[in-house]
Design a protein around this ligand. Structure first.
Ligand SMILES: *Cc1c(COP(=O)(O)O)cnc(C)c1O
Length: 471
């Protein structure tokens, strides 16, 4: 099949096929196993002449679609996984129809939509107007931009434009307590070094930074530039660093403060007494849209009050691509030059659901996590490892009378068996040296009924285990 312009005369045919595949997939979400374990793709050589659309579609539907996960559904509780609302999914479909390139201004309104999206996000999270930023592919790339800005800041303090001269002579110390693995990766990619972190103690039985220890480290540090990386919602215990205290220390020691709030920032939509108080004074912030905002992958956000530094790190050194520093093009603020209209699903989500609509599913996820935690606590088969603070539940099978090693093995065994049942998908974790099971709820559709279904599956696994013990 040689594509020709006239193929668009068949647009109804493509739309019909698209509608069928999409509808079947979404309709069947509840029937399929939440995760497909042990999948395999049939080997196939590259087709020299092309199979044609009809045949490619059949292969797709036979061999690929049945082996996909239900990660967009309400019981995929592994990692921190958002679904995709109908509005966001609709807008994401259109991103391909429109096929805009948001590298530079000058040919369409699309970049302005991204600018408006960033504005709306600062309003959503009650952040001051000085914050500006860019839509990224996720929190990892946002953390990478955070590392680049911190690096640029550190350079300027010692007369080096790191983007131009390199990081060779940089005198910098980075302080953090429980950085996400993607932050460590980002420090490596930014040339600052994955191991170049001065770890600050956590408070007892938590991942929250001990600010007295931070103060001690800062006062003893002799480097020319200091960087603090704090968390708003750590990935295991959902702890929030005490940003108000950290900010005052950052001011005192002229340190850069980057905050990773990938999913925890959504707590700001609830009530008025935010756990992330002080966030409005951070130098830069990471958040994800493909988690709790329930926009399709890949969608994250990087915000900073120092857009000039981001521009300094990411501007494209080509005369024919020159960007106006007063109104920089997005290619001069991020990793990619050519960029998808990734802003559109976020823009349409914010427009259609509003703060209230989004807050509703955030609160509902928190309530469902509480419900699950209560069920676990009341069950003799399972034990809650840490009290549930937000949308994450940490638990393991009952470990009474077991050695640490046996308890770890039992947790691994249960996790494997629960996931194999296909009713819910959970992740492994480690808490205070113990292997645990972790459920993170961040899908807009999750309801108490899903908690019932998942918990029933967990009980089945536990009952089978005990029957086998006694037989
Ligand atoms: C998920 C997560 C990340 C990484 O996000 P991706 O979107 O997967 O790149 C970073 N930080 C935190 C706290 C997260 O929860």
């Amino acid at each position: 099949m040689t594509p020709r312009k006239s193929d668009w005369q068949n647009i109804d045919y493509f739309l019909d096929a698209f509608a069928k595949v999409s509808k079947n997939f979404i309709d069947d979400l509840d029937e399929r196993n939440v995760a497909q374990l042990g999948v395999a793709l049939e080997a196939r050589l590259l087709s020299p002449a092309g199979e044609g659309f009809q045949s490619a579609l059949e292969i797709l539907c036979d061999q690929i679609v049945p082996q996909l996960s239900a990660s967009r559904g309400p019981r995929y509780w592994g990692f921190v996984t958002g679904g995709a609302t109908p509005v966001a999914t609709f807008a994401d479909w259109l991103v391909s129809s429109f096929d805009q390139n948001l590298s530079k201004d000058g040919d369409s309104i699309a970049s302005d939509v991204e600018r408006q999206t960033i504005r709306w996000l600062t309003e959503l999270f009650e952040l001051p107007e000085e914050f500006d930023g860019i839509i990224t592919t996720g929190a990892t790339s946002a953390n990478f931009l955070g590392a680049l800005c911190a690096r640029q800041f550190a350079g300027l303090k010692q007369g080096i434009d790191v983007a131009k001269e390199g990081a060779y002579a940089l005198d910098i110390e980075i302080f953090s307590t429980a950085p996400h693995a993607s932050m460590i990766k980002s420090l490596g990619m930014a040339g600052l070094g994955q191991r170049h972190v001065s770890y600050i103690n956590a408070l007892p039985n938590s991942e929250e930074m001990d600010t007295a220890d931070l103060a001690r480290h800062l006062s003893q540090s002799k480097v020319k530039a200091k960087v603090i990386i704090a968390s708003v919602g750590t990935v295991t215990a959902t702890d929030f660093d005490d940003l108000e205290t950290i900010i005052s220390l950052a001011k005192q020691y002229d340190a850069w403060l980057h905050v990773d709030g990938a999913f925890g920032i959504f707590e700001r939509l609830l009530g008025s007494n935010h756990l992330s108080k002080g966030l409005e004074l951070a130098d830069s912030i990471t958040l994800d849209s493909h988690k709790w905002l329930n926009v399709p992958y890949e969608s994250g956000v990087f915000l900073t009050r120092h857009l000039k530094l981001l521009f300094g790190a990411c501007d494209v050194p080509a005369p024919y691509l020159v960007s106006n520093p007063l109104r920089p093009d997005f290619m001069s603020l991020g990793i990619e030059n050519s960029r998808r209209f990734r802003a559109l699903p976020v823009w349409m989500t914010l427009l259609a659901y509003g703060k209230k609509g989004i807050a509703k599913w955030v609160q509902s996820n928190i309530d469902c996590a509480r419900l699950l935690a209560d069920k676990i606590q009341a069950s003799s088969y399972y034990e809650l490892v840490l009290d549930c603070k937000l949308n994450v539940v940490l638990f393991r099978p009952d470990s009474q009378g077991l050695s640490a090693k046996d308890a770890d093995e039992k947790a691994e065994d249960f996790l494997e068996k629960i996931n194999a049942q296909g009713k819910v998908f959970l992740s492994p974790g480690v808490w205070q040296g113990k292997k645990i099971i972790r459920a993170a709820l961040s899908n807009w559709e999750t309801q108490p009924l899903d908690v019932e279904i998942a918990f029933e599956s967990m009980l089945n696994v536990a009952q089978d285990y005990h029957e086998n013990l006694h037989s």
